[in-house]
Design a protein around this ligand. Structure first.
Ligand code: ZN
Length: 272
C-alpha cells in the first residue's frame, strides 16, 4: 500500500488531526492537504504531526484561480498562490495542485492566457521554495467558472508556453479526463516530458446529481480507473495514487466506516 494517499477533503467532516490518526490505520502512506484543513494550525506543526503519523505530505490543494476581470483581482490571485507556495514549503509538500480558474463570460482563450501569465508570475517563488506546480485539467462541465483548462492537451500547451520548466507539470485526475479520446497519448507525452506530477482517483456516477459534490468511490461508477492507472504507470509515474472524493452523500456517512470502504475499494483495485 506504499502508494496509497487520501486527500483531507475526501473525509471533510474529520479535522486534520483525526485524518492523521485514521488514515494510517487503513494502510495509507500519503496525505494531500487541502488548505482549509490548516486553518488555525501552525504549518510546521502539521508537518511534524504528519511525519510522526508516518504519512508523506504528497501535495497541497489548491492553488490557481488565476483569471479575473481586473488586474487588481489577478494580482490578488497571484498573492494567494505565493502564500500557498509558502505553506507548501513549510509543510514539506513537494507539489501544489492548480485548479486554474475561469471567469464566466470571459473567453476561454483569454482565461488560458491569464492562467499562463499567473503561473509565470509565481514560478520563480515556487522554484526558489523547491515546490512543483501541477496543472489539473478539469472536466469541461467546469469550463465556465472553475477551469478553462479542460484537457491534458491544453495543460501541455500551457507548459509549452511557459518554456517547459521542470517545475510545472500536470495532475491527472480520472474524474476529469477519463472521457478524453486522446487520454493515453497525452499521458504518454506527459511521461516523456517529465510532466506527470500527480494522479487522482475516484469514480463517475450515473446519473450525477451534483456537478461538484457527487463523485463516487472507486468501483461505484463507470471510469476505467485501473486501465488509466496502468497507462500512468507505464508512462513512468511512481508517485502516490490519491483518493480525492467530493460527495455530500458520502460526507453524511460515518467517516471511519467510509475510510474502511475506501481502503477496501483501493485494495481491490491494486492488491498492493
Ligand atoms: Zn483532483
Amino acid at each position: 500500500m506504499k502508494r496509497f494517499c487520501i486527500h483531507t477533503i475526501t473525509t471533510k467532516p474529520l479535522i486534520i488531526e483525526e485524518c492523521l490518526i485514521e488514515f494510517p490505520k487503513r494502510g495509507v502512506t500519503g496525505i494531500t492537504i487541502w488548505r482549509q484543513a490548516l486553518e488555525g494550525r501552525e504549518w510546521t506543526d502539521v508537518r511534524r504531526q504528519a511525519a510522526d503519523a508516518g504519512l508523506d505530505v504528497v501535495s497541497l490543494c489548491r492553488g490557481g484561480f488565476f483569471p479575473a476581470k481586473t488586474a487588481a483581482d489577478r494580482q490578488t490571485a497571484i498573492d494567494d498562490n505565493l502564500k500557498a507556495i509558502e505553506q507548501a514549503h513549510a509543510l514539506g509538500a513537494p507539489l501544489i495542485v492548480l485548479v486554474c480558474g475561469a471567469v464566466p463570460g470571459q473567453s476561454l482563450v483569454e482565461s488560458r492566457k491569464q492562467i499562463t501569465d499567473g503561473i509565470a508570475a509565481v514560478l520563480p517563488a515556487a522554484e526558489q521554495a523547491g515546490v512543483k506546480l501541477a496543472i489539473e485539467p478539469l472536466h469541461p462541465m467546469y469550463a465556465d467558472d472553475r477551469s478553462a483548462v479542460n484537457t491534458m492537451r491544453q495543460a501541455h500547451e500551457i507548459c509549452d508556453a511557459l518554456g517547459s520548466p521542470t517545475s510545472v507539470g500536470i495532475a491527472v485526475d480520472v474524474y476529469h479526463v477519463w472521457w478524453d479520446p486522446e487520454l493515453k497519448q497525452q499521458i504518454d507525452l506527459a511521461g516523456k516530458t517529465g510532466r506527470l506530477h500527480a494522479f487522482h482517483i475516484c469514480d463517475w456516477r450515473t446519473p450525477t446529481m451534483d456537478l461538484l459534490n457527487d463523485r463516487g468511490l472507486m468501483g461505484e461508477g463507470c471510469i476505467n480507473i485501473r486501465e488509466i492507472s496502468d497507462w500512468v504507470d507505464a508512462a513512468g509515474f511512481t508517485g502516490h495514487r490519491e483518493v480525492e472524493i467530493f460527495s455530500d452523500r458520502l460526507w453524511a456517512t460515518d467517516q471511519r466506516r467510509f475510510l474502511d470502504q475506501i481502503a477496501s475499494s483501493y485494495t481491490s483495485l491494486y492488491q498492493s
